[in-house]
Ligand binder design. Sequence first.
Ligand code: HEC
Ligand code: HEC
Ligand code: HEC
Length: 143
Amino acid sequence: MRLSSLVLPALMLMASTSAQADAPKPVLPEPLGERCVEPTEVMRARHWEFILHQRDETVHRGIRTTKHSLKNCLECHVRANEAGEYPRASSPEHYCSACHIYAGVRIDCFECHADRPHAAYDALEHHGRLRTEDVKRPEEPQP
Ligand code: HEC
Ligand code: HEC
Ligand code: HEC
């Protein structure tokens, strides 16, 4: 991996962050685990490349791994609050949405994919049926 491809987006992100220094910063919930699946600054600068690459590998080439799976991100990053409730993707308390709402980024991923970790579904009525594996097939007619 060439260094320049890492450094430039990081600098751009830093520049855009300092330009917004007067706006309130997104509050990111503390993740589980010692470290991310890639170095933190790399993830901050271009996490979407890893997930979108993972999607293409799985959906188009049938290669299924967990390192950059969307589900894996949520297992560490989407945490229950003190009341034991897991935030939905519509909430700024949701790890991914904390930044996206702040930065005005819209993603449609959670229209199909589960927006919470495995544990969040254990208490639900449809136990075990709302997992990432069970996402709606794009070819299925949507109601
Ligand atoms: C094993 C647990 C774990 C997994 C799995 C994981 N992360 Fe992380 N992530 C972390 C930790 C720990 C940090 C570092 C937080 C810090 O330094 O404050 C981090 C940092 C990040 C950051 C930078 C946040 C910041 O402070 O700017 C982003 C963005 C991120 N992760 C996204 C993802 C995405 C997307 C995935 C799935 C492809 C993922 N993570 C998978 C634990 C994880
Ligand atoms: C540290 C802030 C931050 C965190 C945390 C974060 N994102 Fe992002 N994300 C961004 C920014 C900023 C962009 C827009 C990048 C651009 O378009 O230049 C983005 C873009 C994306 C995109 C690409 C959108 C597109 O239109 O191509 C995806 C997919 C994405 N994020 C998924 C996630 C997921 C899933 C999580 C949670 C596991 C997450 N992000 C957490 C800041 C963050
Ligand atoms: C219209 C429904 C739909 C939308 C919207 C959607 N996906 Fe998917 N996605 C799927 C289906 C169906 C699969 C295949 C599920 C499988 O085989 O596990 C899939 C598979 C994936 C995979 C591979 C499985 C894994 O987790 O490793 C990733 C990664 C992924 N999608 C990420 C995304 C991201 C990021 C977005 C938003 C930018 C997104 N998807 C939006 C339906 C969708």
